[in-house]
Design a protein around this ligand. Structure first.
Ligand code: BES
Ligand code: ZN
Length: 620
């Protein structure tokens, strides 16, 4: 789909050619719940502002330079504990004087604690560089980009930013930031911040410097950077698209509804507090669909379907401007406060733009995803608020996202849409720029909506939703009339009929529903009939193509093999790549051979996060 594939070089290989508030903004030392994903001890000393002065060295694949941190600390605090992972520390100063520091041993998940003696200082400077294999960063070769120029992007969530920024990497510890970034003169830097220098400033031979400022305190996972051959197109008064030149027109077309989405979200949940809203379309190895970096959502190019059929992704990331970026999960165990709320709001934006029937179809697909998860995720993993050992990088999206959204839709059905809207708007105002816990949310909701009404409390089943596995009995299964025809078409196909011609008029969700509800076991002749009728091996919509492969691979349908290889080579989105490799490895000899061959040629092009996951799947 992109002029340059993720793996232009790999494809040349013959084998592949077939192929209650937890902490207040007002009180800088307000207590925070324990974050087991960070070394920080925020009750003693915490970072308030990060100032970065870094140079991007594409030859060595490192950032080097200086981070200056402003901190708040208890009067008796002797040291501050930062997170770091793989950073090479060159020098540390506290209050302008050389400071003693210690870099702790590396924990596999958390990285190393960087403990710095304060000597009464409230500003520290760290000279350092990142490691070439920093998990937050992907340094792309020219062949991996549309422009055939080098590219770098970062991905902070959940706990990766410690691999390029020495700070307290915990979502409850909000920090403002500014940055000066020096890059090769033919490239442009963009960040999740106000851009102070659109075209950069001269900065030594062959280099340009870009400056940025984020005046609102944000959780540190939202500090993000992209460097590449980037241009910008406005799509509305406050909205626009950054992308490589050959992608930007398609991007602007796909994102045409962005300004309207903002208007809808603001009408529901209050003013957008971040100034501009732009999106950055990344090269195809971007490991996620989207990432809600403030002022600058990062997007996969796989959402460019050409017909705006996948823009719910943009609605989702925009919605995070309230749920997640404004009111933030205090710890990753409360991730549903970010993602579940956001999925609910994504649905509301979609409903306002595309109508109720569109929304019901999205809800019905989401309901099915929950049912599938309940059948495969162990009970412990079915709670909205995670308990026990929590890996910040592992989460079942059907629980965090879909069960979370279903919870809010259930509440909406019980208390009325108007009451929930009023409440949510007040919630975002009350806790703006603050962390939130599940318990804090429930206390607040009870204080503002339940108001001691015992009958209402009983109908809501709040604690069951938040803390128990499964789906409480008050959930209502969504009914989508647009899926009735799809179910009939599935039945007709199962009875031996030809693939339905209605497909041509179906939207993406109906096509997905069709492929997802066909029997999981189909003979090659029936799969071939589908492929012939709809051109599934090469269908432009990546979500639909993915659903097709999820059906074809377990059936050992070999004529899909080269299309699967291409799919795994031309993009590196974890949501697509991981399940496809898993399906191949589970299939048998054909799938495993295909997986191994493809993996060998493609793994180097994937983002480190996806690479590690795929390595585990393929080599065990
Ligand atoms: N914040 C997430 C991406 C994320 C989640 C990064 C967990 C790291 C750890 C983002 O908002 C998101 O949910 N993206 C989804 C798209 C969405 C439409 C469900 C994705 O990437 O698929
Ligand atoms: Zn999200």
């Amino acid at each position: 789909m992109l002029r340059r594939t993720l793996l232009a070089s790999a494809l040349a290989i013959p084998a592949l050619s077939a192929c209650v508030s937890a902490g207040g903004a007002a009180d800088p030392m307000a207590p925070l719940p324990l974050d087991t994903s960070s070394h920080a001890r925020p009750d003693e000393a915490r970072v308030r502002h990060v100032s970065l002065d870094l140079t991007a060295d594409f030859d060595r694949k490192v950032f080097h330079g200086k981070a200056t941190l402003d901190i708040s600390a208890r009067p008796d605090a002797r040291e501050i504990v930062l997170d770091s992972d793989g950073l090479v520390i060159r020098a540390v100063r506290a209050g302008g004087r050389e400071a003693q520091y210690e870099l702790g041993s590396r924990d596999e998940k958390l990285g190393s604690a960087l403990v710095i003696q304060l000597n009464g200082a409230r500003q520290i400077e760290i000279e350092y560089e990142s490691a070439p294999n920093a998990s937050a960063l992907q340094w792309l070769e020219p062949a991996q980009t549309a422009s055939n120029k080098r590219f770098l992007f970062s991905q902070g969530q959940a706990i990766h930013n410690r691999t390029w920024i020495p700070t307290q990497d915990s979502p409850g510890i909000r920090q403002t930031y500014d940055a000066r970034i020096v890059v090769p003169a033919d490239l442009k830097a963009v960040m999740s911040a106000e851009m102070l220098t659109r075209d950069g400033e001269p900065a030594g031979e062959g280099q340009r410097a870009f400056r940025f400022r984020m005046p609102q305190p944000i959780p540190p996972y939202l500090i993000a950077i992209g460097i590449g051959d980037l241009v910008h197109r406005d799509v509305g008064p406050r909205t626009g698209v950054y992308a490589e030149p050959s992608v930007v027109e398609r991007g602007a077309y796909e994102c045409a509804d962005m300004e309207r989405m903002m208007d809808v979200a603001e009408a529901l949940y209050g003013p957008y507090r971040w100034g501009r809203y732009d999106v950055l379309i990344l090269p195809p190895s971007f490991p996620y669909g989207g990432m809600e970096n403030p002022r600058l959502t990062f997007l996969t190019p796989t959402f460019l379907a050409g017909d705006r059929s996948l823009v719910s992704l943009v609605a989702h990331e925009l919605a995070h401007s309230w749920s997640g970026n404004l009111v933030t999960n205090a710890v990753w165990a409360d991730g549903w406060l970010n993602e579940g709320f956001t999925s609910y709001i994504e649905g509301r934006i979609g409903e306002a733009l595309f109508g109720a029937e569109h929304a019901r179809m999205a809800e019905a697909l989401s309901w099915s995803d929950i049912q599938t998860a309940l059948g495969s995720v162990p009970a412990d993993g079915q709670r909205l608020h995670w308990v026990g050992e929590v890996d910040a990088n592992e989460n079942s999206s059907a629980i965090t996202y879909d069960k979370g959204a279903l919870f809010l839709r259930t509440v909406e059905g019980i208390v009325s849409r108007q009451r929930l809207d009023t409440y949510l708007r007040s919630y975002f105002d009350r806790y703006a720029f603050q962390p939130m816990t599940t318990q804090g949310f429930l206390v607040d909701f009870r204080a503002h909506v339940v108001l001691g009404d015992a009958a209402l409390e009983a109908r809501l089943m709040l604690d069951q939703w938040a803390y128990e596995p499964g789906i409480p009995s008050n959930a209502v299964q969504p009914q989508a009339s647009g899926f009735v025809a799809v179910e009939q078409a599935v039945a007709a196909f199962n009875a031996g009929g030809a693939p339905t011609e209605a497909w041509a008029n179906w939207n993406t969700m109906q096509r997905q529903r069709f492929l997802q509800t066909l029997p999981r076991q189909l003979p090659a002749a029936r799969l071939e009939a589908l492929e012939r009728a709809y051109g599934l091996n090469a269908i432009g919509n990546m979500e639909v193509r993915f659903d097709w492969f999820a059906l074809a691979i377990p059936n050992g349908y070999e004529p899909a093999g080269s299309a699967v290889q291409r799919f795994l080579s031309e993009q590196g989105r974890g949501k697509f790549v991981r399940p496809i490799y898993r399906a191949l490895m589970d299939q048998g000899a054909w799938g495993q051979a295909l997986a191994r061959r493809t993996h060998e040629a493609t793994r180097g092009a994937y983002h480190p996060i996806v690479q590690t996951a795929v390595d585990r799947i393929v080599t065990g």
